[in-house]
Design a protein around this ligand. Sequence first.
Ligand SMILES: CC(C)(COP(=O)(O)OP(=O)(O)OC[C@H]1O[C@@H](n2cnc3c(N)ncnc32)[C@H](O)[C@@H]1OP(=O)(O)O)[C@@H](O)C(=O)NCCC(=O)NCCS
Length: 151
Amino acid sequence: MGVLIIDARPLMPGVLQELVPTSIHENVQNISKLVRQWTDGESLFDGEGEELCVAQIGGKTVGVGGVVKCRDFPGALRVTRFYIHPDFRNRGIGTAIAVRLIENASQFADVVTCNAQASVQAKPFWESMGFIRIEHLGITHTLQIDKTLHI
Ligand SMILES: CC(C)(COP(=O)(O)OP(=O)(O)OC[C@H]1O[C@@H](n2cnc3c(N)ncnc32)[C@H](O)[C@@H]1OP(=O)(O)O)[C@@H](O)C(=O)NCCC(=O)NCCS
């Protein structure tokens, strides 16, 4: 069955219900935080270039990822809240979400940042897409969209 990458915003927060228990179970905080900040109206992914997408297989949500304005790097966008259900990892689903988001982000910024400290998988994942390590408060990697994107 194919993977569908869709805009999550019209379906929030219910579209994440399959991911909340597993993320809590493996002690990844970002999905509960995403749901909480959405419900509070604190982070609605509605700024210029911002987006929130889910990956679905057979109508079931198997992953999520977003792009927001980067507070730590003026003019940049930042990939955030990436989470793929453990049963569906290492199949290119995280990459598929990232490609969709970065393609959209490239219309609004030349630089995309991330903080790859959430898990051991995060660093090789972002580096596989051409993100380069930097020393910067709140940021671990950046991607110069036009120059180094090799996905
Ligand atoms: C990080 C995460 C989003 C990756 O999603 P994914 O769908 O499994 O990633 P992909 O299958 O698209 O992997 C793309 C590349 O990333 C790298 N990668 C991904 N998982 C990896 C791992 N566990 N170890 C080493 N490299 C890894 C590989 O280079 C891989 O390419 P390859 O399969 O050709 O070797 C997923 O592991 C996850 O949800 N982790 C927990 C939450 C988290 O860390 N979120 C990131 C916050 S910044």
